[in-house]
Design a protein around this ligand. Sequence first.
Ligand code: SF4
Ligand code: SF4
Length: 702
Amino acid sequence: MTQELATSAPVSTANALELEDLEVEYKVRGAWKKVLRGVSLSIAPGESYGLVGESGCGKSTAAFAALNYLPRNGRVSSGSIHVAGKDLLAMSDADVRTLRSTQVSMVYQNPTSALNPTIHIGDQVAEVFTLQGVGGSEAQDRAKAMLQKVQISDPTGVMGRYPHQLSGGMNQRVVIAMALAKDPTLLMLDEPTTGLDATVEAEVLDLVAALRQEFGTSVLFISHNLDVILRMCDKVGVLYAGRVVEQGTVDEVFHNPRHPYTVGLLRCIPRAGARKDQGRLDTIPGFLPGLGETLPGCVFADRCALVQDVCRTDEPPLYDVGAGHISRCHFHEQAQDLPRNTSPVAVTEERPAESSDRVPVISTRNVRKTFHQDGHEVRAVEDITFTLAPGETLGLVGESGSGKTTLARLLLGLTTPDEGSVVELDGVPVAGAIGKRDREQVRSLQIVFQNPDAALNRRFSIKRIIGRALTMLMGTRGEQLDTRLRDLTHSVRFDVRLIRAKPTQLSGGLKQRVAIARAFAGDPKIVVCDEPTSALDVSVQAAILNLLAELQVKNDTAYLFISHDLGVVRYLSDRIAVLYLGRLMELGAAETVFGPPQHPYTEALLSAVPHVDGDERPRIKLTGEIPSHADPPSGCVFHTRCPRYIGDICKTEEPELKEVEPGHFWRCHYDVDELRTLQQSAPDTSVVDSSAGGTRGAEPPA
Ligand code: SF4
Ligand code: SF4
């Protein structure tokens, strides 16, 4: 697969990266354990290569090895690494350092860890030029030009700021500016958009794609998000247990996968508008093999539904399946016939018949929250009114800072709303502060957080964590406690044999099951799920989403579901609420909100999401950052970024939240027919089609 490099070949024609049969080991408790098992891949000049696979399969190790930057307990035990034709393993440490600082750049998931919090942005970017021998004002000028290249609109202002004064998306742009400042041969991006909002993610991806075109940089893109890899890469390698099990062009691998692991990964994602009432998500049961485990046959054998005896004894070679597509599976022709691991029957088919006149389990009226900061009033949440029925999921979407989490905290009583706000549980008003609510009300409303590590006490056993919740919320003790504990762990499919383990001994998925069990300990009526699957691999995410859907049907629990992954929100939600700058911009049935006519903000938000299934709409770029809550725009708060801006009316009159169709509300001056007509074609980024007539369809104000 990889080509021999002629030693006399000019650097410009050499592959940017070439790993040949690379084996990497980590020393754990005195023994060397294999992490990469003969990885071979090559990235041609200007090519973009995506590496996918679950956490722990070796993606980041491959990237670190390519820089010869392994942790102290790591070593390359065999194979070769060539960067721009140079043999990295044959170079002196000093030469490797020079190569790293001149030809290879790395961008990590968390931009703030790559930036020094105490140094101005301008000085940090200028330092890259200083290291190249460019001094003084010239370095500052080049830094400014580089910030302009990454589309930072006020580079002079940004240069004088510190990282904490910028948003996550802006910081990631700065890191990309620094990475490209040295005009690298190879740019490595390790989950660069994980944790960013869909709109910011789309902007960062657009930026990387444009810069790649301009600079001709080769890219190694590591992500667990297959949609992102499809959008960004020419080629993809699927890594499992330190082995590349499939490789080819992204089109070939994603549309004609020939390895059961790839098929499994693709099936886990809620795709093509999948919803819980259409069927459970498929999962990949089991776990990755342990670090350094001896695997005589196929590395995927223990989790593969197609496994046969030969798979356990004979390691499959790389089969060439045509069109540059290779698969390490003895039965690659049958990969797409892989039997499902999960019942295709929708969880909701087991739901009892609903009656439309059920009393809402929770309702809010004019809920508001004003914070006071530096003498300013910051309206984080403004006049939110909605209801939630038993067994229903309301998905909350919107960019960071839209008020999703504040709203959730207000319902839970963790933040006290402003005077005049009303929150009712089963038709009875509840106190704003959790301390003033009775036990019944507290146990009715529970939460599952994004990060179970932060939510579970590391010092306690799982038994104690869930047991405490049962005792505190339900008063359960003694023998009854053991029975209830067993039932609860069983209902979240947590192996009861692990009940004495501590959270640190469990995988992310198991920890999230414990967090869900704890939330359900008090038989809650409503569970707030705040990004519950964002930190999980797609395979684990699918299992957790199935579990949440099952528990909902079984217990008739209502969910308020927050996620920046719109595919996940769509899967689980019956209705969707779209928030912007603390206001409810649109509310309606999930299917209604996800299709036109939609509020212009929803339209832009959804257009930012890449799809493996090819259902990609034209991207609508939202210019600028979310305005400050302390100084919201006049009129419609979205008018400064709206791609469907009408004219002065948007600047001067705040639209009411109106019911535009039965059960479908939005806050926009357009009516439903106007937007239906307009949204037959995408806006020209900021210049709007004026087919609706009249004064409608002007440019948004600068
Ligand atoms: S070689 Fe066998 S176990 Fe491995 S992926 Fe193929 S069918 Fe599954
Ligand atoms: S009211 Fe105007 S600015 Fe606001 S969403 Fe509608 S068209 Fe856009």
